[in-house]
Design a protein around this ligand. Structure first.
Ligand code: URA
Ligand code: CA
Length: 435
């Protein structure tokens, strides 16, 4: 078998065998396939696509390129959740303790924020003392004892993905459904959970800009998971506007705590987090159906069991669990300034990506992987799409430590928001669930 012939075959629109795909990934990870050859092959995949079989084989070959996590020593159904990335998407911080309080074993490896999207690890690290770099054994032990751990990746999981993504990023081959699906699913499968819930975002602030592409990605990932013997569901959820009202790490942590304390049951973030938790509980066989699972999620918030699980999670990872009852212990920014509605009417756009960038320039996010971040800063929205506003009424509040950064953030917010005479049409928070 020669790499050259396989690139030519994909260029001409042919389908690979499992052996061919294993060979390509093996050669690439071993350093025997040049990066320009892998780039050419991925461009051929971008243009010609892959069958479901090929995408499944690619995912398996990527998983086999590195370590995998073995959760079999932990009793019960192990669950995992993944979001394709959004703005104000604090779902994991609500769902993980909630699902664990309901009896699920939540073994979650999360990522950091990049660009306009936030990352769960950065939000967690806004809690004083909290560590996310547990050892593999510490991770398993914590899931066994309290039912939940949220940490950064341990070991060398899916090295093929890191190498391939670096090339995709500079060769205009990121937005290919088979390449995204295999990238995400290889990492999820390597983490070892029995049931995986995917939250596929679509809209302005998401990878997938429209519902149709989101649906194709969701179906592809569910098909991969099924072929490889896992329970997988994918929710398609709206990212036209930020999900939560808070954007920025400590601010988002505070919002998650308020939801776990039962204070904001009607908010979009609370509704999506509870609905996703309900799907996980049903998938894990802990509740007979979705309607029972929804009631259970609501009950665990009302009784304080979900908030108590969050205290345990923070404590187990070395953080100051008092933040759950006293969010004032989280870092706060020195300057707060309102952004007021320029005219009266209805909020007609609240573009998630641009608002994410407005928080990023204040220091909440990073442009490059190793940039430092400021946990305290960000934005708090007071309105959602469709809300009526009066001229001069505050639409959002900036939280900044460096007031000189406000001007550029304000420009972005001006670009992100529009007010119209009539209310816009609104989408459901979760459009559909693919299973
Ligand atoms: N997220 C990933 O992990 N991989 C992709 O290819 C795209 C989004
Ligand atoms: Ca994430």
């Amino acid at each position: 078998m020669r790499v050259y012939d396989l690139i030519r075959r994909k260029r001409d629109g042919e389908a690979h065998s499992a052996e061919e795909i294993r060979f390509l990934i093996g050669e690439f990870v071993a350093g025997r396939m040049e990066s320009y050859q892998m780039s050419a092959w991925m461009m051929a995949v971008f243009l010609r696509g892959m069958t479901d079989e090929e995408t499944g084989w690619l995912t398996e070959a990527m998983v086999a390129s590195g370590d995998t996590v073995d959760l079999s020593s932990i009793p019960g159904v192990k669950v995992d959740k993944h979001s394709t990335g959004g703005v104000g998407d604090t779902t994991t911080l609500v769902l993980a303790p909630l699902a664990a309080a309901a009896g699920a074993r939540v073994a979650k490896m999360s990522g950091r924020g990049l660009g306009h999207t936030g990352g769960t690890l950065d939000k967690l690290e806004s809690v004083p003392g909290l560590r996310v770099n547990l050892s593999a054994e510490g991770f398993l032990e914590q899931v066994r004892s309290i039912g939940v751990a949220v940490i950064s990746q341990t070991g060398s999981l899916v090295p093929a993905d890191g190498k391939m993504y670096a090339l995709r990023d500079v060769t205009a081959t990121v937005d290919s459904i088979p390449l995204i699906a295999s990238s995400i699913m290889s990492k999820k499968l390597a983490c070892g959970a029995d049931a995986i819930l995917l939250d596929v975002k679509f809209g302005h602030g998401a990878f997938m800009k429209n519902l149709e592409d989101g649906r194709r990605l969701a179906r592809s990932m569910v098909t991969i998971g099924k072929r490889l013997g896992r329970k997988v569901r994918a929710a398609l959820s709206d990212m036209e506007q930020p999900l939560g009202t808070h954007i920025g790490n400590a601010l988002e942590f505070r919002e998650a705590i308020e939801i776990l304390q039962g204070q904001r049951a009607d908010s979009a973030l609370a509704q999506v987090a509870c609905e996703l938790a309900a799907h996980l509980l049903e998938m894990a066989g802990l509740q007979p159906d979705l309607s029972a699972a929804r009631s259970e999620a609501g009950r665990l918030i009302r009784t304080g069991a979900a908030a108590e699980k969050m205290r345990e999670l923070i404590g187990a990872q070395g953080g100051d669990a008092r933040v759950v009852d006293d969010p004032g212990l989280l870092p706060t920014a020195s300057h707060q300034e309102d952004f007021s509605a320029p005219e009266s009417g209805y909020v007609a756009s609240l573009q998630a990506e641009t608002l994410g960038r407005a928080a990023m320039v204040l220091g909440a996010g990073r442009l490059r992987k190793d940039d430092p971040i400021d946990h305290a800063v960000g934005l708090v929205l007071h309105k959602r799409l469709g809300d009526q506003v009066e001229a001069g009424e505050p639409l959002l509040t900036f939280h900044a430590n460096d007031p000189s950064l406000l001007e550029i953030s304000r420009d972005l917010v001006t670009e992100a928001i529009s007010i119209a005479a009539a209310p816009p049409g609104l989408r459901p928070l979760i459009e559909e669930v693919v299973s």
